[in-house]
Design a protein around this ligand. Structure first.
Ligand SMILES: [Zn+2]
Ligand SMILES: [Zn+2]
Ligand SMILES: [Zn+2]
Length: 379
């Protein structure tokens, strides 16, 4: 919780307060008027963040309404941070670079060659989203994405190591970026397109425990409803059979028929109600963006297919100590083995070079995103 104390202290200081750390795990604050209003605190106050409170302190936790109050206070400020990490020297690369690539490149119809490995700088964009899923219950979660802007690779396994590394830094370790890294930072539109493609699957994975809990509750309710209405139907059918046997009037039998129909109607309405109750909506809010410039080892690779060749690169990151993974250039998934298209040597997952449903020929979904290249059939 001391992290939260540091965050609150820094924000209050930036907003003009005099903040002093007190123990156990607290602060003493003299706040200017606007801050008093924004956080509903008096001019002088003591705040405690841990299980033990300092004398006369009020308790503030990350679950309290202070997160929202601080969010309102900051507005759109503090959502984008650009920093540069200058490592004095990169750690030594593992001794088997060829082996590292072999592990990441699995190509079905092309070969490749490692041209060289160079020290380079790259720019990562790390986006943090708040996900709010609402159905019969509400669930909030945080999801981070990391993109290497030099080659568009999505580096999921970098989010946690980068965030942990940054929070372990002292102020002096972080520099104002001198952004001479090429290519230029991505524009908002390009970032949005990638996020739109990759985020649904990641949200589904993240929410899967919540989803399966919800599905369990829904199944339980549906089973109960089914049992209850089956009993009702059975009784009505039994009554109808008895009346028939006793040779009752048509009017009497009609009553039982309409009772059966209304049981079926009620069942359908109740099922529809359940579907509404358990329908899930998910809201996604971008809460923080970080542009990070840092040195990497760049593996320059040539992909070769028939007479064509194409240069690509993969970066080895010194924080995660891992080489990034390739991905399908059409759907951005990392389903292997990859296939390489004839015309532009795009790297594709099996389904993005799959056969056309009309002429049965394979074609590249990057070169031809909407129609089959051979027969023009719309996909
Ligand atoms: Zn694909
Ligand atoms: Zn292609
Ligand atoms: Zn076709």
């Amino acid at each position: 919780m001391s992290n939260f104390r540091d965050i609150v202290s820094s924000i209050m200081t930036l907003e003009g307060a005099v903040v002093e750390q007190i123990e156990p795990q607290g602060i003493e604050v003299i706040a200017p008027e606007p801050l008093q209003k924004a956080l509903s605190i008096p001019e002088w106050s003591r705040i405690g963040f841990g299980p033990e409170l300092p004398d006369q302190a009020m308790r503030v936790t990350i679950e309290s309404d202070w997160t929202e109050k601080i969010g309102n206070l900051l507005g759109n400020r503090g959502r984008i941070l650009s920093i540069s990490l200058e490592e004095n020297s990169l750690p030594k690369l593992p001794s088997n670079p060829e082996q590292l690539i072999k592990h990441e490149i699995d190509m079905k119809n092309a070969t490749y060659r490692l041209k060289d490995i160079q020290e380079e700088k790259t720019r990562y964009l790390l986006l943090t989203f708040q996900i709010t899923a609402i159905s019969d219950e509400k669930r909030e979660d945080i999801l981070s994405l990391c993109l290497n802007e030099s080659n568009g690779v999505i580096v999921d396994n970098l989010c946690d190591p980068i965030l942990a590394h940054i929070s372990s830094l002292k102020n002096g370790d972080v520099q104002e970026p001198e952004d001479d890294v090429s290519p230029a930072p991505w524009d908002v539109q390009r970032v949005k397109e990638v996020v739109k493609k990759i985020i649904p699957e990641r949200i589904r994975t993240r929410l899967s425990p919540f989803l399966s809990g919800m599905e369990r509750r829904m199944k339980r309710d549906i089973d109960r409803l089914y049992d209850y209405h089956t009993d009702l139907r059975r009784e009505a059918a039994k009554r109808l059979a008895e009346k028939k046997q006793k040779g009752k009037e048509e009017e009497e039998l009609e009553k039982e028929h309409s009772r059966l129909a209304s049981i079926a109607r009620e069942y359908r309405t109740k099922i529809a109600d359940l579907q509404r109750k358990y329908a899930m909506t998910v809201e996604i809010d971008l809460v923080q963006s970080l542009r990070l410039i840092m040195p990497v080892y760049r593996f320059n690779i040539v992909i070769m297919r028939r007479k064509g060749s194409r240069n690509i690169h993969m970066d080895w990151n010194p924080i995660s100590k891992k080489l990034e993974s390739l991905f399908c250039q059409s759907c951005l998934s990392s389903l292997t083995p990859y296939w390489v298209c004839d015309d532009h040597l795009h790297l594709l997952c099996p389904s993005c070079i799959s056969t056309c449903t009309s002429c049965n020929k394979e074609y590249c979904r990057v070169c031809y995103p909407t129609k089959c290249s051979k027969c023009g059939h719309s996909s």
